[in-house]
Design a protein around this ligand. Structure first.
Ligand code: SF4
Ligand code: SF4
Length: 410
């Protein structure tokens, strides 16, 4: 037994491959200077007309300077920058109305737009999302038809080469793209994306559909839906997956862009490492139960009532890279595992087909993952990650510790 406990310890305490947060003083000093210069330059630019003054808007919403700086400090940490960057992050937030955003809606449920719109007692992130220079978002704008089209064309023209293009939704490629068309000329979603991304400074794919195809691409994928990264080449592209994407990560990407003028460090799936550099499982409040081999075996059982680990009822937290276990949803109040529902891996490719079921990914062929489990997606390699290896190793060791002998194959 002692060997097995040691085995588990080794599995979970091997050198963490979380994002390297200390890149050295010289790196941060240089970055600080370039961010400072960029912020000063942005301050000289006039805010977009019709944009609210952020200082007074925050005041109106009852957010005082102290709250705001606390928030800026948390965002600095989230972006994995040293605390000395906090004043710069605060300045970048106050300059959010200098970054024009165009938002496209393709094959999806508009859940990501819904996520940023929820406004019951808004947090600072949400207030800021109200204030960004959102030049076009057909779901929430008042204009429609030709008026809306004109607004889009004007925005592309006015901010040529400067706008961030947020894309929500997959791109249906079947029937020459005819499963999804937009406007009076029935432009396909594919052509629409290609045309509007051409003059964007960078493209941000938001939500699982835009990043990896999501639910529209689930088997049998009748419209042959794909994610933006499958069709868009030669443009800076940032993926913010999840279903929906967390508004905190959207704000984080915009602030990082304002601050540095660059895309953040990305993993091999083009996800910002500050948000997707570690797994749900690494920061889960039920982790101690996992390590102790205490699982929910059936819904409503003793384990469920005592908040035990949800792995055996299908939690895919060990395979899923996302920061929702830290950032949470609904004003940070809770998140799926917190309310007793296992993670379905919504920030991973093909999650609907691979992960969204209430069974663990495990088999009798027990095999520990090579090199431990505390690794980023890049270090695992996608094959290892999406094959059952991680789940098999974890399930096996934990079950043995719990004295479980059954070897069910799902
Ligand atoms: S398997 Fe799921 S519920 Fe269990 S510790 Fe990991 S993330 Fe949390
Ligand atoms: S817990 Fe898992 S399924 Fe739920 S939002 Fe987070 S990554 Fe997505």
């Amino acid at each position: 037994m002692a060997d097995r406990i040691e085995g588990v310890k080794k599995l979970f305490t091997s050198k963490s491959a979380r994002v390297e947060t200390n890149m050295g003083d010289a790196h941060y000093e240089k970055l600080f200077q370039s961010c400072q210069a960029r912020i000063e330059e942005l301050k000289t630019q006039t805010p977009r007309e019709n944009r609210l003054d952020i200082d007074s808007f925050l005041d109106d919403q009852g957010v005082n300077r102290r709250d705001f700086m606390k928030w800026a400090s948390a965002v600095t940490g989230m972006l994995m920058l040293p605390s000395s960057f906090t004043p710069l992050v605060a300045d970048a937030a106050l300059l959010m109305n200098r970054a024009p955003v165009i938002w496209l809606e393709l094959s999806d449920c508009a859940g990501n737009t819904e996520a940023i719109l929820r406004s019951d007692g808004p947090k600072i992130d949400e207030i800021l999302l109200d204030i960004i220079s959102l030049e076009f978002n057909e779901t929430i704008m008042a204009a429609s038809g030709h008026q809306a089209e004109k607004q889009l064309e004007d925005a592309i023209h006015t901010f040529k080469g400067k706008y961030l293009l947020f894309v929500e939704g997959a791109i249906p490629m079947g029937l020459d793209g005819q499963y999804g068309t937009i406007g009076a000329h029935a432009e396909t979603f594919y052509d629409h994306l290609m045309r509007i991304s051409k003059d964007a400074a960078a493209v941000v794919a938001v939500g699982s559909c835009a990043t990896f195809g999501g639910v529209p691409a689930a088997s049998p994928n009748p419209t042959q839906a794909v994610g933006v990264m499958d069709v868009l080449k030669g443009k800076p592209l940032i993926n913010i997956p999840a279903c929906p994407a967390n508004p905190a990560n959207m704000v984080g990407v915009i602030i990082h862009y304002i601050l540095t003028g660059q895309v953040p460090e990305l993993d091999s799936l083009l996800r910002p490492k500050f948000a997707f550099g570690y797994r749900i499982h690494d920061n889960c409040e039920r982790r101690a139960h996992f390590d102790a081999g205490e699982f929910v075996e059936e819904w409503g059982d003793h384990g469920a009532k005592h908040n035990h680990c949800l792995y055996k009822v299908g939690c895919k937290g060990p395979m899923t890279f996302n920061n929702c276990s830290i950032i949470r949803y609904n004003e940070g109040v809770n998140w799926p595992i917190g309310v007793g529902r296992g993670c379905i891996g919504c920030s991973e490719p093909d999650f609907w087909d691979k992960y969204a079921h209430e069974r663990p990914i495990s088999s009798v062929n027990i095999k520990a993952p090579t090199g431990g489990v505390e690794k980023t997606v890049d270090e695992f390699g996608l094959g290892l990650l999406t094959a059952a290896s991680i789940g098999i190793g974890i399930h096996a060791v934990a079950s043995v510790i719990a004295g479980k002998t059954e070897n069910k194959e799902y």
